[in-house]
Design a protein around this ligand. Structure first.
Ligand code: SF4
Ligand code: SF4
Length: 308
């Protein structure tokens, strides 16, 4: 990926940490997925911890580091350490990326860069010949709707180019900012993590009131919404939560939910950027939990699709 800029922007730009091509799991058909950086939630099972902070960062790949310390001389903040396995003082680092540019061994990598809407549109349009079977562009994260001023510029250009747009959201956003964007989106994957407010706060660091309000408002617009639920054995797969989720969907005239299996991918990624996720106790084998959740939803009259 060609990064546009790692310096703080002087105009409205989007903070993006990855652009993935040929994605088969982020919406219909073959898609290019843009990962926005910055998220209002802190889910304990987060699989993309590099998406959490709303600023560029640097990641340390200790297995590549040859201890040449070229990075140390380049850092303007004295944030490079000689401690084995802990090259970066993440509290002192501002993500400027100067160390990344001088490292000859890929011991350091930039995570996040500021993109203009024009540059990001040009980047995704490189792939348009591959957007077959209803494919297009997916905005993921992090929370794409947290960058609504940038989306006001980016989304109209995608629609003008005739691209199908899917947005994956955690639902925790300002409705007033997002409502004008809804007509520019073809499909919204909306995550429902827990229906109990206290359990939701415990799992994600935030109350679920705003999320549920936004869900209802989106439904009322007539937007195409597909709810999703990351199934975390021991955190949200109990019968009471499945029943409450199913009843919420029924109230909103929705008959299907996508269930996402838990993968423990976030821990190692988080270590590289100095984020330690609070440990989770996973109480059941993932396959067993998925089958149980699917059956519990069926019992409540909701069709649960198991996603990859
Ligand atoms: S990204 Fe910038 S501030 Fe952070 S360690 Fe590298 S040179 Fe220093
Ligand atoms: S420049 Fe790269 S290889 Fe050299 S010490 Fe820094 S991280 Fe390690």
């Amino acid at each position: 990926m060609q990064l546009d800029d790692t310096h703080p922007p002087t105009s409205v730009k989007g903070l993006v940490f990855d652009v993935q091509r040929f994605s088969l799991h982020d919406g219909p058909g073959i898609r290019t997925t843009v990962f926005f950086k910055g998220c209002p939630l802190r889910c304990r099972w987060c699989q993309n911890p590099e998406s959490l902070r709303s600023r560029p960062e640097v990641a340390f790949y200790g297995e590549n580091c040859q201890a040449c310390f070229r990075c140390e001389a380049e850092c303007p903040h004295g944030a490079i350490r000689r401690t084995p396995g802990r090259r970066v003082d993440f509290d002192g680092c501002d993500g400027c990326g100067r160390c990344v540019r001088v490292c000859p061994h890929e011991g350091l990598r930039q995570v996040g860069a500021w993109w203009s809407a024009e540059a990001l549109v040009a980047e995704v349009l490189k792939d348009r010949d591959f957007f077959v079977d209803g494919g297009g562009v997916t905005l993921s994260g992090g929370e794409p709707f947290a960058q609504s001023p940038f989306l006001e510029k980016f989304l109209p250009s995608l629609k003008a180019a005739g691209l199908h747009v899917t947005v994956q959201t955690c639902g925790h956003f300002s409705w007033n900012h997002v409502a004008p964007l809804v007509p520019l989106v073809d499909l919204i994957y909306f995550d429902l993590k827990h229906m109990d407010p206290d359990a939701h706060a415990c799992c994600t660091g935030a109350h679920n009131r705003r999320i549920l309000e936004n869900f209802t408002r989106l439904v009322a617009t007539g937007a195409r919404i597909e709810p999703r639920m990351p199934v975390i054995p021991g955190s949200n797969d109990d019968r009471a939560n499945i029943r409450a989720t199913a009843r919420w969907l029924a109230q909103n005239d929705i008959e299907t939910i996508r269930c996402l299996p838990y993968h423990n991918l976030g821990e190692a990624k988080g270590r590289r950027i100095g984020i330690k996720l609070e440990p989770l106790t996973v109480t059941d084998a993932v396959e067993t939990a998925m089958a149980r959740v699917q059956a519990a939803f069926a019992h409540e009259g909701i069709h649960a699709v198991i996603d990859d």
